[in-house]
Design a protein around this ligand. Structure first.
Ligand SMILES: NC(=O)c1ccc[n+]([C@@H]2O[C@H](COP(=O)([O-])OP(=O)(O)OC[C@H]3O[C@@H](n4cnc5c(N)ncnc54)[C@H](OP(=O)(O)O)[C@@H]3O)[C@@H](O)[C@H]2O)c1
Length: 294
């Protein structure tokens, strides 16, 4: 087994699959968290063939489902004492209003609530791993202000608005988390992977009135998933970035974060609002986890 362990969500296709291959090449034993056991097993076979490396393990759980996340976190913590890298990569653009098993809108559940639950759940295993890193896929397509009314539905629901709001929430959570973890040895950063030709891009651009023709066109523009994986891979592995935390990267370089992400009042609002939805106040959980004996 390799010395360092990575967990990456949404690893069966798109940017996640390319990132998982890169992590294994960088020496990580890489856990592929996919929606179903069948997808996870198939992803292991696929990535072993593509990379000619035997460094992948399957993990399954629907990230829209809090029970499935709790169960997966429990299995990971039982199986691995240390986790050196968590990549919150999975994402979705639901163009119609759909509810996750706990009743929250699907895009919000997968893109924001799942990274919060997963990160907090795995925090004890990250804290005991020297120099552990958390990398979360946000997007340049994010809202400029925190406004949870954009996530409401089903009346007037717009999938793209829910997506851009969920991506701002990725910034708000990660930057707040990074500050709370300062001095713990665990870093937390966000990346924009570029415009990448994937299913998600088709759903994002083609979700409007023009529908299918635009979706088909979007299959032909955008960069490759391999190129899209480069920024995540750099933030996850570059030794120069050891200890660098609370930053935003795009095009493999550090970038200026959006003003909204630096807005402390918005971070606090997002934290309190997320706690109302999930029963998890990330400030309390981080503080409790930091105080717990290790
Ligand atoms: N593509 C771009 O241009 C772009 C730009 C900016 C940011 N990003 C971000 O990059 C990340 C990866 O996106 P991508 O473009 O690679 O998308 P993608 O090819 O559509 O892949 C999305 C991945 O997320 C998984 N996923 C979605 N819902 C899930 C759920 N409920 N449970 C478990 N897994 C779930 C999918 O699994 P299934 O196969 O089971 O659906 C798939 O593996 C996202 O966070 C996205 O917001 C992408």
């Amino acid at each position: 087994m390799s010395e360092r362990l990575a967990v990456i969500t949404g690893a069966n296709r798109g940017i996640g699959r390319a990132t998982a291959a890169g992590l294994a090449r960088a020496g990580f034993e890489t856990v592929l968290w996919c929606r179903t056991p069948e997808q996870a097993e198939a992803a292991v076979v696929d990535l072993e063939e593509r990379s000619r490396l035997d460094r992948f393990s399957p993990m399954a759980g629907d990230l829209a489902d809090p029970d499935a996340i709790r169960d997966g976190v429990g299995r990971l913590r039982a199986r691995y004492q240390q986790i050196h890298l968590l990549v919150n990569n999975a994402g979705v653009v639901a163009n119609e209003y759909r509810e996750a098993p706990d009743g929250h809108e699907l895009t919000l559940a997968v893109n924001h609530l799942a990274p919060v639950r997963l990160t907090l759940g795995l925090l004890p295993s990250l804290l005991v791993s020297r120099g552990a890193r958390i990398v979360t896929l946000a997007s340049a397509a994010h809202d400029k202000a925190f406004d949870p009314s954009r996530l409401k539905g089903p009346a007037g629901f717009r999938g793209r608005k829910a997506y851009t709001q969920s991506k701002l929430l990725n910034f708000l959570f990660t930057f707040d988390l990074a500050e709370r973890l300062e001095g713990s040895g665990v870093s937390a950063n966000v990346v924009h992977p570029g415009v990448v030709s994937t299913g998600l891009l088709q759903d994002f651009v083609g979700g409007g009135a023009l529908g299918a023709p635009v979706r088909a066109l979007m299959g032909t523009v955008g960069s490759s998933p391999d190129k899209g994986a480069r920024t995540t891979l750099r933030v996850a592995t570059d030794p120069i970035l050891t200890g660098v935390t609370g930053r935003y990267f795009r095009g493999r370089q550090e970038a200026t974060p959006p003003d909204a992400a630096l807005d402390r009042e918005a971070r606090d609002q997002a934290r309190r609002w997320t706690a109302e939805l999930t029963g998890l106040d990330w400030a309390e959980v981080v503080s409790r986890t930091l105080d717990a004996p290790r």
